[in-house]
Ligand binder design. Structure first.
Ligand code: C2E
Ligand code: MG
Ligand code: MG
Length: 758
């Protein structure tokens, strides 16, 4: 081998051939001989135009190199001739190894091929692919032909690719996730991690069917069903699934697959596996813990609920028991009425409230007449039944605010709250007596029982409970001794009042039918016009024994007993009829004033009654003026307002009677559709003597003017009063100074023009 050029192992060993000497050439021709022939020319042309470097060496020296070869090694053309082979190699080592490798091949007549770094003239290296062939293997000294190619670019590209591949392989092999390349459901490639995850040795997984990685056929089919579509669409499919290791144990993986692009028509998928068994175990453990906790919370809650319910039940029972105990301790077992203890409580309360509200309280001591006889003759059972029924009847006879209690035996006490006066007590006592007048059916016995009632009144008969009860007891004995089945007040004065009240009530009921009631009329004058401007109807009672009775004596009885309603209706009708008679007799048309008491004003159907009476008497509503007291209006302002509006809407005139002594709120006054204020007589009385009254009258007149209301002074008796009133701006008057109330027959006097005081 011509190792003189390419390797030290060149066998020819003929270093004596001068480097300048031209090679003998192919076929043993001399240089000059070649040049001379056309073959030589052709050969030279081939050499010079060859696209590879061609070099001929002999005895380790370069005999000839074509221009491309010289260019490749950085020499001028022909400059290479005579160079040693060693000069083309970067190191002795490479030079010698090429010699070692090439020698045997060349000696055997075979071509030698290699790719290696070679050195240029300037010492730089390039990658060279070479192939060498001995001209005559039998005679190594005949030389070697070398064909060389600069493959540096190709080599570098290849290196890059190789490095990239190596890097990829590294990444692939060292990835923290298992990666598997599956073609048509068969593993064609996978990394070490995957093998580790599934417990296979290196390379063992190649060729496995993907099915073998699943715990069951169902699991495999299920995954295939879910994954195929999205993967075919080019999406990334990800799920968690069961998996099976080589040793048959199952575990959990998170797998992510997507289609791998491939040239053929196989179905290639890259799968990434993560072992999530640990995480799932933790999750499952957490879930289990949570479930357990919830279960325990639920159990505990149930326990607590049960305990709570039990507790509530016990509390409820305890409260009920306490209520029962309280009830037993405070009530009479037979009748269920409050007993003495509760009675004292209630009475104390009632007295405290009465003190605050300035009311009266009645204490009624009630004892059944001859009850002992019934008990003794008919037995206790009958007596008890009678007591129960009596208790119930008393309860129904009293008002809601009152308290009925049983002291024991046949003794009852009734507390009457919020009494305005003894009359209220009379009404209740009467009701009780009436309610017991009906026979009681006690276990088949038709029994009549009557009460004796004693009444004491706070504060008249005492301030304290015990005192009042004692006095009521005393009064009850009076009732017994005065014939039973009646009531007696502790104070004799009250008994007289009560008696009188009763008698009056009784008589008044008949007075209406007996025609004992009559009306007197008092003119109202207007001094600026010197004319009578109205007439007030005032009721009187021609009492068969007492003579002509003023309204103050019987109107309160009528009010309390409700008789005022028919009485009032009669007054209105009579007054309007009389006015009509006067009109027919040619007297001037004047408004008729009619008084309405509080109870009348609140009576349902009042407006209808007024409308009907006006129609019946043929009087226009403008000739009726209704007088209402302040207290009626202030009792229930909203209801009063409704009634007033209805009356006013009909055209009826409205005036506030006895104005100044009540508690009118200015605010309400403003809203009431009234026409006139009648200044109460008490202010007029003291005019001139009392400066306060003068101030009040003056203030009322200004107030009325501000509210656009008329004023009329009542009870005017003297010239001086008239003059003072005039000076305050009041021009309407009513009073004895002009005329006392007169019977209807005295019309001439009634309608007479007033004369002004001089
Ligand atoms: P009142 O509506 O304020 O009537 C005026 C009262 O003053 C009348 O008393 C009248 O006689 C009296 N009077 C008039 N001028 C003078 C005077 O110059 N000096 C004095 N001292 N008194 C004078 P009477 O008729 O006794 O009526 C008293 C009250 O009875 C009336 O006060 C009225 O509130 C009521 N009343 C009278 N008639 C009826 C009626 O038909 N129904 C209703 N519900 N109450 C009536
Ligand atoms: Mg009046
Ligand atoms: Mg009056």
């Amino acid at each position: 081998m011509d190792a003189g050029t390419v390797g030290p192992s060149d066998l020819d060993g003929d270093d004596s051939i001068p480097a300048t000497k031209l090679p003998e050439g192919v076929g043993g021709h001399t240089n000059s001989g070649l040049e001379g022939s056309s073959a030589l020319l052709e050969l030279r042309a081939i050499l010079e135009n060859a696209t590879v470097g061609i070099l001929f060496s002999k005895n380790r020296r370069i005999v000839r190199a074509n221009p491309l070869c010289a260019q490749m090694f950085g020499y001028a053309p022909d400059e290479m001739t005579g160079l040693t082979g060693r000069s083309l190699y970067p190191t002795d080592g490479i030079y010698e190894s090429v010699g070692r490798e090439a020698g045997p091949a060349l000696a055997a007549g075979k071509p030698f091929r290699a790719e290696l770094d070679m050195a240029r003239k300037d010492g730089s290296t390039f990658r060279c692919r070479l192939s060498a062939k001995s001209v005559n293997p039998q005679r190594p000294q005949s030389g070697t032909i070398w064909i060389m190619e600069d493959v540096t670019d190709e080599f570098q590209t290849e290196m890059l690719v190789r490095n990239a591949l190596a890097e990829h392989q590294m990444i692939f092999d060292n990835a923290a996730v298992g990666i598997m390349y599956v073609r048509d459901r068969v593993v064609v490639r996978c990394n070490r991690k995957l093998e580790g995850i599934f417990g296979y040795g290196p390379g063992e997984m190649l060729g496995l069917s993907a099915r073998q990685l699943h715990p069951s056929q169902e699991s495999y089919d299920d995954l295939g069903r879910r994954a195929r579509e999205p993967i075919m669409r080019g999406e990334v499919f990800s799920t968690e699934s069961g998996a099976r290791r080589k040793d048959g144990s199952d575990f959990w993986v998170r797998i992510t697959g997507h289609q791998a692009p491939n040239a053929g028509d196989s179905f290639d998928v890259i799968w990434i596996f993560e072992d999530v068994t640990k995480r799932r175990e933790v999750e499952e453990a957490l879930l289990r813990a949570k479930d357990e906790l919830e279960q325990r919370v639920l159990e505990r809650t149930n326990e607590l609920t049960a305990t709570n319910q039990q507790l509530q039940k016990e509390i409820f029972e305890r409260v009920q028991a306490e209520q029962r105990i309280w009830h037993v301790a405070h009530h009479d077992a037979l009748t269920g009425l409050p007993n003495r203890t509760l009675l004292h409580d209630r009475l104390d309360q009632a007295l405290a409230q009465a003190l605050r509200d300035n009311h009266r309280v009645g204490v009624m001591f009630l004892d059944l007449d001859r009850f002992k006889g019934i008990n003794d003759s008919l037995g206790h059972a009958v007596g008890d039944e009678l007591l129960k029924q009596v208790a119930a009847r008393i309860g129904r006879a009293v008002r809601a605010v009152d308290t009925v209690s049983r002291l024991g035996g046949d003794e009852f006490i009734v507390i009457l709250r919020e009494l305005a006066g003894p009359d209220d007590a009379v009404l209740v006592a009467e009701k009780i007596i009436q309610s017991l007048a009906i026979p009681v059916d006690a276990l088949g016995h038709d029994l009549r029982v009557t009460p004796s009632i004693g009444i004491s009144i706070y504060p008249d008969d005492g301030f304290e409970a015990l005192q009042l009860m004692k006095n009521a007891d005393t009064a009850m004995y009076h009732a017994k001794s005065s014939g039973r089945n009646n009531f007696q007040f502790f104070a004799p004065r009250m008994n007289e009042e009560a008696t009188r009240f009763f008698r009056l009530e009784h008589q008044l009921r008949h007075a209406l039918e007996a025609g004992e009631l009559l009306l007197h009329y008092q003119p109202q004058v207007r001094l600026t016009e010197r004319a009578v401007c109205g007439v007030e109807a005032l009721v009187r009672w021609q009492h068969p024994e007492s003579g002509l009775m003023p309204p103050a004596e019987f109107i309160p009885v009528a009010e309390e007993t409700g008789l005022i309603v028919p009485l009032g209706e009669w007054v209105l009708g009579e007054a309007l009829r009389q006015n009509r008679l006067w009109q027919e007799a040619g007297y001037p048309q004047l408004p008729m004033s009619v008084n309405l008491s509080p109870r009348q004003f609140r009576q349902r159907g009042l407006v209808d009654m007024v409308r009907r009476t006006l129609a019946d008497t043929g009087q226009p509503s403008r000739l009726l003026e209704l007088e209402i007291t302040e207290s009626s209006l202030m009792h229930d302002v909203d209801e009063a307002l409704d009634t007033l509006r209805e009356l006013s809407g009909m055209g009826v005139r409205l005036s506030i009677d006895d104005f100044g002594i009540g508690y009118s709120s200015l605010n309400h006054l403003k809203r009431f559709p009234v026409h006139r204020l009648k200044i109460d007589r008490s202010f007029v009385d003291d005019l001139g003597a009392d400066w306060d009254d003068a101030a009040i009258v003056s203030a009322i007149v200004s107030l009325a003017r501000a509210l656009n209301l008329e004023t009329l002074a009542e009870g005017v008796e003297t010239k001086a009063q008239v003059q003072l009133l005039l000076s305050y701006g009041c021009t309407r008057f009513q009073g004895n100074y002009f005329s006392t109330p007169l019977p209807a027959g005295a019309a001439d006097k009634l309608f007479r023009k007033p004369t002004a005081p001089v």
